[in-house]
Design a protein around this ligand. Structure first.
Ligand code: GLN
Length: 380
């Protein structure tokens, strides 16, 4: 394996899901719904296959999907973008991140991450030869430490990668935090790459895109996907939105990584993005109910639970149960209790920082969440 990938193992999500299967554990680890996406979206994709949309799609996206993404983005943010020059459709947000980083970052340039951070960010930045700087968001509220950010930004900083609502903490960036990040970026001529795949799972506060902060659109790549908003994580349809001078780099990288994305699924995605507002209202209502079941359940089991404002994740402190660290706790939880969670240490440059924390997901039907809670109540 190439040097820049040597340190990365099978992802923690794959590891924990495989272990969960081996031990018959209920999987509240890897974030994928155990219920299906909406019928009208699946129908649109099936129809697209029947209609013969089965050859390569346009490299940067099926025209109708690019239009639907622009319409959705305008509804969500008020920003008007050109579907053909400012949007590229990618293989999920993960490829959008890779194309953005590989297309815009030179080897040796610094990119700032907020830890805990999603595992693909580190691996992708490493492939690009970037110099990773990490700033830790600390419990209980995981607020952005602006002074740390100020002292970390240097002449070599090319970009800051943010994620809101934030996986794994459930934290959402506030307007004040985003404005402070924005003004530092403008002052220091730094780009922002923002992963907003959980934007429709914003429960207690409004989701804000940093591209809407004054002066930010021209230095921001906004990334999103279909998977979480439509419970279709296996479709792997995502996209990046950026002004043409940044989109050029993203698109060049995308062209040579993936060339183009599944044609019929893009047709289905276009139908999805034209869903009425009531679809999102219901989605949110369902997730708020699931969150309550899991959070109350975990508290009853004896965990210290951190508040989660968005995403379908919740963080818990496992130390009341007396295990050495998060990995040992998660192994015990799968093998002896029959429930899978994700240890947090893999989301930090320094694993010590995550050793007391584990992540549970509530993107499962209510019976599954309740059954997991029951197992923990009985045996933990
Ligand atoms: N995004 C999902 C999560 O955080 C995992 C996706 C994956 O397995 N790579 O659980």
């Amino acid at each position: 394996v190439a040097k820049q990938l040597e340190q990365f193992k099978a992802t923690i999500f794959t590891q924990m899901s495989m272990l969960a299967i081996t031990h018959g554990a209920i999987n509240l680890g890897q974030g994928f719904p155990n219920f299906d996406g909406p019928e009208f979206v699946k129908e649109a994709a099936i129809q697209a296959i029947r209609d013969g949309n089965n050859q390569y799609a346009r490299g940067f996206g099926v025209p109708d999907l690019n239009i639907a993404i622009a319409e959705r983005f305008k509804k969500d943010t008020g920003l008007i973008v050109d579907p053909d020059n400012e949007i590229t459709v990618t293989s999920g947000c993960t490829e959008a991140i890779a194309a953005t980083v590989l297309g815009l970052i030179n080897p040796g340039e610094e990119v700032i991450l907020f830890a805990p951070f999603y595992d693909s960010y580190g691996a992708t930045l490493s492939m690009a030869g970037a110099n990773i700087k990490s700033i830790t968001l600390r419990p209980p509220d995981f607020a952005v430490p602006i002074d740390d950010l100020k002292s970390t930004i240097s002449k070599n900083t090319r970009a800051i990668l943010i994620n809101t609502p934030h996986n794994p903490t459930g934290k959402m960036f506030t307007r004040e935090e985003l404005d402070s990040v924005a003004s530092l970026c403008i002052e220091n001529d730094v780009l922002v790459f923002t992963d907003e795949v959980y934007h429709k799972l914003a429960f207690d506060m409004e989701h804000i895109s940093i591209a809407t902060s004054p002066g930010m659109f021209e230095r921001t790549v906004t990334m999103n996907s279909l998977g979480k908003s439509f419970s279709l994580t296996g479709w792997k349809v995502g996209w990046a939105i950026a002004p043409p001078h940044l989109m050029w780099g993203v698109r060049q990288a995308h062209t040579y990584i993936a060339f183009s994305i599944s044609h019929p699924l893009q047709c289905g995605a276009a139908a999805a993005l034209r869903a009425p507002d009531s679809y999102y209202v219901e989605l949110k209502r369902d997730y708020i109910a699931k969150r309550a079941i899991l959070v109350e359940g975990l508290k009853a089991v004896g965990f210290k639970v951190f508040p989660t404002n968005g995403t379908f994740f919740v963080l818990a402190d496992h130390t009341p149960f007396g295990h050495e660290n998060d990995v040992a706790f998660c192994e015990y939880l799968i093998k002896e209790i029959g429930v899978a969670a994700i240890p947090l240490s893999v989301f930090y440059l320094n694993p010590e920082e995550g050793k007391n924390l584990v992540r549970f997901t509530f993107c499962k039907d209510e019976e599954t969440i309740k059954a997991a809670v029951e197992r923990m109540k009985e045996k933990l």
